[in-house]
Design a protein. Structure first.
Lengths: 273, 98
């Protein structure tokens, strides 16, 4: 199976007595990231080396012990492997792209016609997946977790499955295809960053979402905290500040419910905020 | 007292306030006073009286010798954030560029 994350290509093999079940689950959850057959020729031209992984699923601990040396990810139960696969692929892809993309811990959504994109960044728990799930029924889903931005402001789609808790208190998250949730899929359009928004979710916030512009210097601590590999940048504060200036500065939104952000994101996309 | 900067990854100054990316991986936002104190320092030792003169020139003199005390408080805060190194001995105070 071949799939793509942040334009990094993965060649995935499956092992174990339940390899077929695992392959089916990965294909179903990661369907928007799957590469068409016949991609091999193009793969030769890719700038980033193809990542070859082996995933193993088998209920027998003894078998897994012998398979562990040759497997990238292995386990006895399907939900656990599926839960761990997403961060593993993301980590590998982010590491591969660390030199040429600025990567935010963010939800990225875009206008389906113009390709203009808003990146909403924040730490875990600020509702990025819920935002993607809510907003991308009419905006384009580019990511619920990692937004990669190139020097020309192009946003690289990373249409991973959404990690959703099936029930409160669950230990593992279910990996759900964005298509299954009815989200809008990216096309060949170029998606370009138009707004950088820091998320501040406050369940007690009343009224409409509040959007404010921050002085860049005030926005930098959180912007750095939610950006990968800043230590490898030559001058991280200046590079991120310059990027922010190119898209109208750092904005911060305070909100309680994801639906409140729909008009906020629209106003940024329309150039009104 | 005298002080000098420790190494940082990067610093960004806007409207008199500095954000400093420390080698510990944190980005610290400095107050205007601390930003000015930080801006008055370099890799070589600088006396707190010289820093105080720079701050008084920028913010005015609080009077009664408080300028030096407030400056040294600011320098100690910067030291607590591992942004500067302090030498609290009296040696070198009158010849800060040792």
């Amino acid at each position: 199976m071949r799939l793509e994350a942040l334009e990094v290509r993965f060649d995935i093999s499956f092992a174990g007595s339940r390899a077929h079940d695992l392959a089916e689950s990965v294909a179903a959850a990661w369907d928007w990231c799957l590469l068409d057959t016949g991609y091999d020729e193009a793969a030769e031209k890719t700038r980033w080396p193809v990542q070859r992984l082996t995933l193993a699923l088998d209920p027998e601990a003894d078998w897994l012990a012998t398979a562990s040396e040759s497997s990238t990810l292995f386990g006895q139960d399907l939900p656990t492997i599926m839960d761990r696969l997403s961060p593993m692929l993301t980590r590998i892809a982010v590491t591969e792209r660390r030199q040429d993309l600025v990567m935010f811990h963010a939800c990225a959504v875009a206008d389906a016609t113009t390709g203009d994109t808003v990146v909403l960044y924040g730490p875990s728990g600020t509702g990025k997946t819920t935002l993607a799930r809510t907003l991308c029924t009419d905006l384009v889903y580019l990511s619920d977790e990692t937004a990669g931005v190139a020097a020309d402001l192009r946003v690289v789609p990373y249409v991973k499955p959404l990690s959703i808790l099936a029930a409160p208190g669950d230990r593992l998250k279910e990996q759900v295809s964005p298509g299954r949730l009815g989200l809008v899929r990216p096309t060949d359009l170029t998606y370009r960053l138009r707004g950088l928004v820091q998320l501040r979710r406050d369940p007690d916030h009343r009224g409409d979402a509040e959007l404010e512009r921050l002085a860049t210097v005030d926005g930098l601590p959180e912007l750095v905290a939610q950006t990968s590999y800043t230590r490898q940048m030559e001058r991280p504060l200046h590079e991120l500040a310059e990027l922010a200036h190119r898209v109208g500065g750092v904005r911060r939104v305070t909100y309680a419910e994801a639906e409140q952000l729909r008009p906020v994101v629209r106003s940024i996309l329309d150039g009104d905020a | 007292m005298r002080a000098r900067r420790l190494g940082v990854v990067d610093e960004y100054v806007e409207d008199g306030r500095a954000a400093v990316y420390t080698t510990q991986g944190m980005v610290l936002l400095l107050s205007e006073l601390a930003s000015s104190a930080w801006g008055a320092l370099g890799e070589s030792w600088v006396s707190s009286t010289e820093v105080a003169e720079a701050l008084i020139a920028e913010f005015g003199d609080p009077g009664e010798g408080d300028g030096l005390r407030l400056t040294e408080d600011a320098l100690r805060s910067l030291a607590e954030m591992a942004l500067v190194e302090l030498d609290e001995s009296e040696v070198g105070v009158t010849s800060p560029r040792a």
